[in-house]
Design a protein around this ligand. Structure first.
Ligand code: 13P
Length: 339
């Protein structure tokens, strides 16, 4: 198979109109924070146990077509000694890998951030492919303030995403392009729409400049919501604003948009996705690539005790199924009460 056919095959495995992506690629610092919230220490063994527990959830592949892993997880094994990427493939789930190396302040643009990790990316991607990964993820972060993101921040972050995506496609790895507009702050939903639109515009301009094939990538954006310090907007409003901005900024050639949850609660993220899929006329698949919104109930059920694995898996299965229903626009709040 040539590279383009390989990329197309991966897109075909991941985009089928009814499944989404499980983001389980928390960096060492982030997973330590998540574990601490349920009183679990972040040791390598705890991380291995937890992530293999999630991946081994029976029937997960009915609702999840891809899983984003952290580098460490790609080399870990389940209790039966099977490499975790193999466990994913066994469930019909394509394994992928977070390849950015975290973020820091962008010099010259106070308040803006930039992500690191382009050096040596091509070699790293070859190694990840050999370990079974078929797609990658890179996240750029945009804080919102009256003066952020700046023009420089918009241009620099878009350039990073485009360079990363071009390297991925040249290595046969499908790039997930993640420009995350943060929910932190007290900005209005109108301001969120304005920022997301200009971010997507810059990102697609850069992707075009770098020759990235839009049909062979996945976009992982934020939904358009008010800042966390404001009252929440109802799902219909989030859907309306998000759809309007997406239609203005995202070419129809992109096969799938898999939203991040970004601090929305599990039920909120599902209700918003459902409302989006109840609107008419989206040229792209509208799906999920949730971390917290999929894992939170499972993490709480687990509490670091192997005896709780069954409950934790049931919690993950439920959230995955409800988000699958939200992709079909068939989710109802009353389903939250079903066991
Ligand atoms: P959240 O859904 O928790 O925002 O995580 C998704 C992700 O991959 C962030 O990079």
């Amino acid at each position: 198979m040539n590279i383009s056919d390989e990329l197309q095959a991966t897109i075909g495995d991941m985009v089928d109109g009814r499944r989404g992506i499980l983001a389980a690629d928390e960096s060492s610092g982030t997973i330590a924070k998540r574990f601490a919230s349920v009183g679990v220490e972040s040791t390598e063994e705890h991380r291995r146990f937890y992530r293999s527990m999630l991946l081994g959830t029976e029937g997960l592949g009915d609702y999840v077509s891809g899983v984003i892993l952290f580098e460490e997880t790609l080399g870990q094994k389940d209790d039966r000694g099977r490499p975790l990427p193999e466990v994913a493939w066994g469930q019909g789930i394509v394994p992928g890998i977070k390849v950015d190396k975290g973020k820091g302040p962008l010099p010259g643009a106070p308040g803006d951030m930039i992500t690191f990790g382009l050096d040596g990316l091509e070699e790293r991607l070859q190694g990840y492919r050999e370990q079974g990964a078929r797609f990658a993820k890179w996240r750029e972060v945009y804080p919102v303030s009256p003066c952020n993101p700046t023009q420089l921040g918009l241009a620099a972050n878009a350039e990073m995403l485009a360079r990363y995506a071009a390297v991925c496609q040249s290595c046969g790895m499908v790039p997930i392009v993640e420009p995350e507009v943060l929910m932190d702050g007290d900005h209005s939903i109108e301001r969120s729409a304005e920022v997301n639109e200009v971010v997507w515009h810059e990102v697609f301009h850069a992707l075009h400049r770098h020759g990235v094939v839009l049909e062979l990538m996945i976009l992982k954006p934020s939904m358009v919501t008010p800042g966390k310090e404001c009252a929440k907007a109802p799902p219909e409003q989030v859907a309306e604003y998000t759809m309007r901005s997406l239609r203005r900024g995202v070419p129809a050639a992109v096969p799938s948009i898999n939203f991040l949850s970004g601090g929305q609660g599990p039920e909120e993220a599902t209700a918003n996705l459902n409302a989006l899929n109840q609107l008419w006329h989206a040229p792209w698949q509208l799906s999920f690539s949730y971390g917290r919104a999929l894992q939170e109930p499972a993490l709480k059920a687990w509490e670091g005790k192997s005896g709780n694995a069954g409950r934790a898996r049931a919690a993950l299965h439920k959230r995955a199924r409800l988000n699958h229903l939200a992709m079909l626009g068939e989710y109802e709040e009353s389903m939250e009460k079903e066991s």
